[in-house]
Write a protein that binds this ligand. Structure first.
Ligand code: DGY
Length: 336
């Protein structure tokens, strides 16, 4: 007869570095899945129904319906800095703590934003496809001419930690940096980033390369729509490493197809992993599968931080009771 594990129960929703997840087994009865799974809302509700904590990714949407029957659930640890997959007010009201994984991915994500912007501006994906397809018969002075990055104006929409890291890199490229953010940054931070605050319309009009790094909320759904794109210079590029829903993809496809915008670099998509077929058909769109934070070291660090958050939230480990990156301290009050 097997004896049930009396320790708190934890659900890990996706396969994530097994050796890092193994740390949870020191304190908890851990349930894992073997393959990447698109869990249905019903499956998530069932999995959450008899656990004390869960470690989830952006694939897993958790709202009021999914936690309705989760009477023992005390924490959701999200592996990701963005947490638009979580209904934070619903979790807070239910007294369930939520955490994310900031900081550990800042530099890696900033690197990737630059890579995507440069690939879009200098037509790198298009050039590689053209070469592999056997079109390079003879060197030609005017083949695949792109736009310059150095000496141009970088626009950053969303000036949190990642936006600031992107801005700091611009010094090496001799660029002017303009930014727009919900609130203006302290002067010392602006100076450290050599970045100038402008309003949204000015940012659109002045950016040669516009980078989207803002958190996704219902308020900025399709913020970059046809009207916003029409305010950008035709030689500009748009790079999105935030969330797909910030951009109206049909409007973007129109702008890229009719020369209203030079190029786009997109790591995130509204219906990902499904991609708008119009974007797939455009040679001036560089498309990557949501990998901006995807260096091996950073993805491991993200999982490790989520493990720390979950462990601490359930009262174990060196930070017991003090999860390092808690999103909703108010949940404690709600749970009494
Ligand atoms: C994040 O951290 O929000 C990334 O988009 C996913 O890893």
């Amino acid at each position: 007869m097997s004896v049930a594990d009396p320790r708190p129960r934890v659900w890990v929703s996706q396969p994530l570095f097994g050796d890092v997840i193994a740390r949870l087994r020191e304190h908890f009865d851990v349930r894992t899945v073997d393959t990447i799974t698109q869990h249905s809302p019903q499956d998530i509700a069932q999995a959450l129904g008899d656990v004390d904590g869960a470690l989830v990714t952006l694939n897993d949407r958790i709202g009021a319906a999914e936690i309705a029957g989760a009477s023992r659930l005390r924490v959701i640890a999200n592996v990701g800095v963005g947490y638009n997959n979580l209904d934070l007010p619903a979790l807070t009201q239910a007294g369930i703590l939520a955490s994310n994984t900031p900081d550990v991915l800042t530099q890696t994500t900033a690197d990737f934003g630059w890579a995507l912007m440069m690939a879009a501006a200098r037509r790198i994906s298009e050039a590689e496809r053209w070469l592999r397809d056997g079109h390079w018969q003879q060197w030609n002075f005017e083949t695949l001419l792109g736009g310059d990055v150095h000496g141009s104006t970088l626009g950053i929409l969303g000036m949190g930690r990642i936006g600031q890291a992107i801005a700091r890199r611009a010094a090496g490229f001799d660029m002017r940096v303009r930014y727009h953010n919900r609130s203006r940054l302290p002067v010392e931070v602006e100076q450290a980033c050599a970045a100038h605050y402008v309003d949204f319309d000015t940012l659109l009009a002045q950016s040669d390369h516009l980078m989207l790094v803002l958190p996704y909320t219902p308020a900025n759904h399709h913020l970059i729509d046809a009207a916003a794109l029409a305010r950008m210079p035709a030689h500009a590029t748009l790079t999105n490493i935030a969330r797909g829903g910030v951009v109206d993809e049909d409007a973007l496809a129109d702008a890229l197809a009719n020369g209203r915008l030079a190029a786009a670099g997109l790591d995130v998509f509204e219906g990902e992993p499904a991609i708008n077929p119009r974007l797939l058909a455009l040679r001036n769109a560089v498309l990557t599968p949501h990998i901006a934070s995807g260096s091996l070291a950073t993805r491991r660090a993200m999982v490790a931080l989520a493990v720390d958050n979950l462990t601490a939230a359930l009262g174990f480990g060196p930070a017991a009771g003090k999860p390092p990156s808690l999103l909703n301290p108010g949940a404690r009050a709600a749970s009494g």
